[in-house]
Design a protein around this ligand. Sequence first.
Ligand SMILES: Cc1cc2nc3c(=O)[nH]c(=O)nc-3n(C[C@H](O)[C@H](O)[C@H](O)COP(=O)(O)O)c2cc1C
Length: 344
Amino acid sequence: MEAWPFVAVVQASHTPTELTDPQQPDNPIVFANEAFLQLTGYGHDEIVGRNCRFLSGPGTDCEVSDQVRTAIEQGRPVSVRLLNYRRDGSSFWNQLHISPIIDEAGIAAYFVGYQHDITRQVEAEQALQQARRELEARLAERERLILEIHHRVRNNLQTIIALLNLEARRGAPPLRRQFALITQRVRVLGSIHEQLENFGQWTAIDFGRHLRETCGALAVLFEDSVAIAVEAEPLLCDIQAAVPLGLIANELIAAQCRHFGNGTAEPATIRVVLRRRQETGVVELTVGPAATGQISWSIDDASQTSDIVDVLVEQIGADLALDPDAGLTVRLTVPADYFAIEPD
Ligand SMILES: Cc1cc2nc3c(=O)[nH]c(=O)nc-3n(C[C@H](O)[C@H](O)[C@H](O)COP(=O)(O)O)c2cc1C
């Protein structure tokens, strides 16, 4: 087959293409098609006989040029993305592919180069990267501010606790107990903010962990007249529900501590269980005596249905009832939605 149709095909191609001759000194261009001349802005006579490096300039990455040179020296194909310059000095991103054309003797007789102007694509990628960097910076700033707010809230709550303790010390014992219970409620809030501050989860806390802390603090408050046995799964709880739920749990457990801690010869054990029901996803918190004994007990005793508990239970759409399976135990059922958060 004659060679001319192939030359015509390359000449008519819309892909900028040139041929270089590695047998000549400095591997000069021996042919370039119309698309190459249009892309670069040079005339045919201006480029034939020159090495293609005239397309590179101040913004061309030297490492990429080195890759190209090494590949050519080794006679193997190479694909790179590099910044090139037109005759008028304007730049463009060039997706360059170079292949050796091997003759019968197995020697690279020519090299063919194909250029693609990918300036738009590269600029779009750069704009996207810049936008991502800005977004990340803004998110980091937002997280820093949230952290700062939790820190300040926690400090303020600690100040309130210190003030309450100060007042409590001045009062008579019954008043001190009242103050201690109020202080404990504030401590619940403080502990939630502490978790938010320390565990990098900005919108949720591990409620199981929080519950254990609450029980520990209540055991101290009731001077170990009751033992509290906690079985709590680690469950991430949305901050919207964590505060009301933390307060409800505190009230329910404190009510039972009050009931069982007073006057019993042996320290009673209160069992606190937090678990998620697999079938429905709802979370149950049960609080009740570990051994039932001869105790008369009603929902009012169990939950001390103070206004606080009622309001908070309604606020989070939970349900509070005496456990049908264990008559002396209160069971709080909390909607699944609050626990649907994925860890960061
Ligand atoms: C067929 C062929 C096409 C080439 N096309 C380009 C090109 O479009 N742009 C470019 O910067 N370099 C191109 N080069 C690479 C340069 O000729 C040169 O090898 C590279 O810039 C390394 O420069 P150096 O030899 O001065 O290190 C091409 C090389 C060959 C063999």
